[in-house]
Write a protein that binds this ligand. Structure first.
Ligand code: ZN
Length: 175
């Protein structure tokens, strides 16, 4: 297992539409293991494969609280349907847009069908935090970021902020 670099805006790869996975095999499980480690290392709760530069329809997630045991989850080729009509605002953040948080409204309940870590088909209803997170991660598979829902000005500010962070970091690394 290895921690991989998480790409940040304005990396153009974040706009790619990810491709379906053909087979859940050892190679894919290696990717999912790496994604989970990378997500934990960055203190995140969800991560899409494209965030480590791999355009595959794969998501990892762990919504366990700090005082709870880890509860990793894996979603391969996920499909969302039956969104509720009730929209709920939630302040979102993203490992690819670090230090930026803003409110996004999404359906508060959605059905999700996917293959799990072992390639077994699953079908469930996501609500609450799970619903927010899975819809955020699903957007990554379509090349959409949460800042795309914000005003153009807010989006531009967010990208500028991350660019500056990256520049400062590069300078620190060089020093
Ligand atoms: Zn994200």
């Amino acid at each position: 297992m290895a921690v991989r670099e998480i790409i940040t805006v304005p990396d153009p790869r974040l706009k790619l539409v990810s491709q379906p996975v053909e087979r859940v095999d050892e190679e894919l499980r290696d990717l999912m293991d790496d994604m989970l480690q990378s997500m934990y290392a960055a203190d995140g709760i969800g991560l899409a494969a494209i965030q480590v530069g791999v355009p595959k329809r794969v998501i990892v997630m762990d919504l366990a609280k700090a005082d709870e045991a880890p509860a990793p989850r894996y979603f391969v080729n996920p499909v969302l349907s039956d969104p509720s009509d009730n929209l709920q605002p939630y302040e979102e953040g993203c490992l690819s847009v670090p230090t930026v948080f803003d409110e996004v409204e999404r359906p508060d309940r959605v059905r999700i069908q996917y293959l799990d870590y072992d390639g077994k088909p699953c079908d469930e209803i996501a609500e609450g935090m799970f619903a927010v997170c899975i819809q955020h991660e699903m957007d990554h598979l379509e090349g959409i970021l949460f800042i795309d829902y914000l005003s153009r000005l807010k989006r531009q500010r967010a990208v500028q902020r991350v660019k500056k962070l990256d520049k400062d970091k590069t300078r620190d690394d060089a020093a």
